[in-house]
Design a protein around this ligand. Structure first.
Ligand code: AMP
Length: 271
């Protein structure tokens, strides 16, 4: 359920973008009350300085007030985890889930192959996501090197505490898991998107997910080989009714705060 409803207090967007060796290293954003700006800024700076791919050399911070009337509030999807023996099995499971979500087998296979070989023209990871026609498998994002970046989303403090408590029993309470869930919740709420596929560009992190309104958020423990730096995201869209301008405005600009969580299920083996 999604509701536009004024939040009680003004919130601020706190954004960090860090570079190393003249290239993008990492970026993160939080939406917080005025009283949490200082601690949030410090945490984002620490994150850039302790990044696994090296210490940030240049860093930019921005703090901007958000119009309370513009906040869309939503609910995080249910979380399931399937343990698979290797990444080939993981990709087979992802293909099946995407099909269940309404993505054609050709479009699903194209997305998996494209992420596997590096979705940017130079064979590396994109900074943002691909947009893929759910039936045709055509790539639709306006900039095939950058992709579409989803920003302006976070959890309310209450939802964050609940999510941490729900993830902790399974050893899943990590910032990467929380952020990916919030991103997936916003993407699922986007006009015209029917499913998402993701795996990380972090060489040590092999888990990825398929998310769709009908499936929830399904984690798959192996979607790529360890030590592979290629990762990415694909958002599958219904081409027939696509309003590209509205979709990009939503993904890049709509402020989204998840203020309720759904169940987190125990991991299961898939065979
Ligand atoms: P991560 O889960 O942070 O390792 O990101 C995995 C991949 O998802 C990256 O290589 C990008 O291609 C893509 N990505 C990361 N952050 C975003 C975002 N905010 N919006 C869209 N795509 C993203």
């Amino acid at each position: 359920m999604l509701v536009f409803e004024p939040m009680n207090e003004v919130i601020y967007s706190v954004r960090m973008h860090a570079e190393r060796a003249g290239a993008h290293l990492c970026g993160a954003e939080r939406l917080v009350a005025a009283g949490r700006i200082e601690e949030t800024t410090a945490a984002l700076v620490r994150r850039a300085l302790e990044h696994p791919r090296g210490r940030a050399e240049a860093l930019r911070l921005a703090v901007d007030p958000i119009d309370p009337a513009a906040v869309l509030r939503g609910v995080l999807p249910e979380v399931r985890t399937f343990q698979v023996p290797n990444f080939s099995a993981g990709r087979e499971l992802a293909a099946r889930l995407l099909h269940q979500a309404g993505v054609s087998p050709a479009a699903g296979a194209f997305a998996l192959q494209t992420l596997a070989r590096g979705a940017a023209p130079d064979g590396r990871s994109m900074r943002g996501a691909m947009l893929i026609g759910a039936l045709s498998g055509r790539r639709l994002e306006p900039d095939g090197a950058r992709g579409v970046r989803v920003t302006r989303m976070d959890l309310s403090p209450r939802a964050e505490a609940r999510l941490q408590a729900a993830l902790a029993p399974y050893g899943l309470d990590r910032i990467q898991v929380r952020e990916a869930l919030v991103l997936a919740a916003k993407v699922m709420a986007a006009p015209g998107v029917i499913a998402e596929l993701c795996w990380s560009d972090d060489p040590d992190y092999t888990t990825g997910y398929v998310a769709a309104p009908a499936l929830g958020y399904v984690r798959i423990t192996e979607l790529k080989p360890r030590d592979d730096e290629r990762g990415g995201r694909a958002f599958f869209v219904k081409e027939e009714q696509l309003d590209m301008a509205a979709l990009l405005a939503f993904l890049e600009g709509q402020v989204f705060v998840a203020d309720a969580v759904s169940a987190v299920h125990p991991p299961r083996e898939w065979c």
